[in-house]
Design a protein around this ligand. Structure first.
Ligand code: PRX
Length: 658
């Protein structure tokens, strides 16, 4: 589709330069930026190897920088050994042991602070508890928890002993959790009696019990954190309270030194088929990417208070909450709940109360909060903020400018960071003290990242404003290593299109006259709803698993807060619903919520007698997309079996029997 050379319609002319004050203090200035870029251009793997030696603490230094013998399964720093929690915690004890590592605020307002020394002790204690449960090197541990310090503790406890964590976002439902646990073969599940969200308890333990019922035979133990204190059913032979698991465990735990390529974690994300992909990340390369990009992009100084609002269940919460900032010894804010609880000022109150200086969030949150008006943030002291970030989807210029003016007081640079679960770390973003920004553009690739935009033949697109495939032409340390249990899919999905030469991100993009990148969206059947990836096929499979549904097709429709909303066309078994259409609609929405999680619930459902297909039987998604958007139909519809179907799809015909 990108090959059709999509003409870009977005022409944003404004440019914002960082202030002289910001530039003067910036960690990376123009000279350093140029030096990094020059080194990377001259000696790509040597550049990354130099950073790996400077930035990480190795138990066994590596001699091999990049092993390309099995490309595109690239391997970095292969003969080196290190431990990730050691690099995020132990290395700080001498210099900043008493510095606050995590400032946690619960939704109800309670605040807890953990110094680096305390966090280290808690991680060791829980690592010992895991060992006591028989967890060791290479074992998988599933984590399904609210956004509380213990989720970060659990992740570091795993990597301390060489276990591989697989965090499942707490908003996913029981079947989604079950599928992910089964795919990883996890031995232990760590969950909680619940978490708080918008004043309600999220029943994590109940969902975990449902996921495990009659399934997930690999799970030997469920460790349950008490968060809400509400009663939950415990199975004595299987379930163990966190507090009992750590009772009597030592606060010291020697790190297990693992090979740089040892998997640090698995994280599932949506692709264009119904089955989520287990993205596998490494220890050494991943940590290097998370650490240096946090330093470069967020310009962290010793006295910064940094808050990334992402849930740790997503990759942003891995790289820019649990790993990158801790590797740098930063003070990290963690907030459990909803941005609008008890009111729309909560984020700004948190920024004020914790004196946040670097703030990183998603465009969907910015748009939702922008709608509430300027007076809401105007009621808080945001003067400590000095840098703002955005991630997850293209930020529309209107939201960008509001963020800059109202939240940043016109003085804070905005870093619009492009990356993916697969890339492990930010690949394209302004460096705030160097690169002038343009609202809506993620600007330039970071040093060491050979991003390009190519046409169908793999040739660079040089014409400004002509779109193409966003690719990365050289491997980078934080890249995914494979898909868990499915290396063929890894090779085909990300490398197959251009004969293993380029990593294909799945996004289309274009470049302007200054070489700035502008992301245009996905080229596959993946939706981006509120900055989260959802596969259309996953939602379709959830719909067709309902007894009343024969067939379903899902497309995205632009939405002014979520970015994209889920639009489903449904063919029923038997007759199209008549008078009960709205009842069935809400039943199907709830059904999808139960199968996948609330974020996947269709916003719109339209019933039809059949779906438009090509002669070869493929659903005409482009046509369905145009209809969902209310656009004129420009596609050839002459091959449609039943042209009258178009009226049903458009919803202009009354439902049968109504
Ligand atoms: O389409 C791009 C969009 O989000 C996708 C990656 O989603 P996920 O793996 O869930 O990771 C999200 C957080 C890193 C990309 O393929 N995307 C991410 N950041 C941006 C973006 N689109 C435009 N601008 C961004 N800054």
């Amino acid at each position: 589709m990108a090959s059709q050379n999509i003409e870009s319609v977005l022409h944003e002319e404004r440019t914002f330069r960082p202030s002289a004050d910001f530039v003067a203090r910036a960690r990376i200035g123009t000279a350093r930026f140029d030096e990094l870029r020059r080194h990377a251009a001259e000696d790509h793997s040597g550049f990354w190897a130099r950073l790996a030696r400077e930035e990480l603490s190795w138990h066994t230094p590596f001699t091999v920088s990049l092993d390309e013998s099995d490309a595109p399964n690239y391997r970095w720093f292969t003969d080196g050994r290190l431990n990730v929690s050691y690099n995020c915690l132990d290395v700080h004890l001498a210099k900043r042991g008493e510095k606050t590592a995590i400032v946690f605020e619960g939704e109800s307002g309670e605040v807890r602070r953990l110094s680096y020394r305390e966090l280290h002790a808690e991680v060791c204690r829980f690592a010992n508890a895991l060992k006591a449960q028989g967890v060791g090197h290479g074992d998988r541990v599933a984590i399904y928890m609210p956004l509380v310090p213990e989720i970060v503790i659990a992740m570091h406890a795993c990597n301390r002993i060489g276990a591989i964590h697989s965090v499942v976002f707490g908003g996913f439902s029981a079947p989604a959790l079950r599928d992910r646990i089964e795919d990883t073969g996890a031995k232990v599940l760590i969950t909680a009696d619940g978490g708080w969200r918008a004043g309600q308890v999220i029943e994590l333990k109940a969902a975990a019990d449902k996921a495990l019922a009659g399934a997930c035979s690999s799970i030997e133990r469920v460790i349950v954190l008490k968060r809400t204190g509400r009663p939950v059913a415990m199975q004595p032979a299987r379930d163990l309270w966190w507090e009992d698991a750590v009772a009597g465990c030592s606060r010291e735990c020697a790190p297990v030194w693992v090979e740089a390529e040892h998997p640090l974690f698995l994280l599932y994300t949506s692709g264009s088929t119904g089955k989520p992909k287990g993205i596998q990340h490494s220890s050494g390369g991943y940590l290097l990417g998370a650490k240096v990009t946090t330093q470069w992009v967020f310009d962290l100084h010793e006295d910064d208070v940094y808050w990334c609002t992402a849930d740790v269940g997503w990759v942003t919460g891995h790289s820019y909450v649990a790993y990158g900032p801790l590797a740098l010894g930063a003070t990290v804010v963690l907030y459990e709940g909803s941005p609008t609880f008890p009111d729309g000022g909560r984020f700004w109150k948190l920024c004020q109360d914790h004196r946040v200086s670097v703030f990183y969030t998603a465009p969907t949150a910015i748009r939702a909060l922008m709608k509430l008006g300027d007076e809401v943030p105007g009621g808080y002291d945001l003067s400590r903020l000095r840098l703002l970030g955005s991630v997850g989807e293209p930020i529309n210029p209107e939201a960008w400018v509001w963020y800059h003016r109202v939240i940043g007081g016109g003085r804070c640079p905005i870093v619009d960071t492009w990356w993916q679960t697969e890339t492990g770390a930010i690949l394209i973003s302004p460096l705030p003290g160097v690169v002038a920004t343009k609202p809506g553009s993620c600007t330039l690739p970071l040093p060491g990242i050979e991003a390009d935009i190519v046409d169908e033949r793999g040739e660079s697109v040089t014409d400004p404003h002509t779109g193409g495939y966003l690719v990365v032409k050289k491997p980078w340390p934080a890249m995914l290593r494979t898909l868990w249990g499915d290396n063929d899919r890894y090779r085909v999905n990300y490398w197959g299109k251009f004969d293993d030469r380029y990593y294909v991100a799945g996004d289309s993009a274009h470049r302007d006259e200054d070489g700035y990148f502008w992301i245009m969206g996905r080229i596959d059947d993946v939706l981006n709803v509120s900055g989260h990836r959802l596969g259309t096929m996953e939602i379709e499979s959830a719909l067709v698993s309902h007894p009343r549904v024969a067939e379903a097709a899902v497309v995205g429709k632009p939405h002014d807060i979520k970015g994209e909303s889920v639009f489903a066309y449904v063919v029923c078994r038997g007759n199209r619903p008549g008078g009960d259409a709205s009842a069935l609609m809400s039943e199907l929405r709830d059904w999808v919520g139960e199968q996948l999680g609330a974020i996947a619930k269709p916003d719109h459902i339209r019933f039809a007698d059949n779906l438009p297909k090509t002669r070869s039987g493929k659903i005409m998604r482009r046509l369905l997309r145009s209809i969902a958007r209310g656009e004129d139909i420009t596609q050839d519809v002459s091959t449609l079996e039943n042209p009258a179907i178009l009226d049903q799809l458009r919803g202009v015909e009354a439902p049968a029997g109504a």
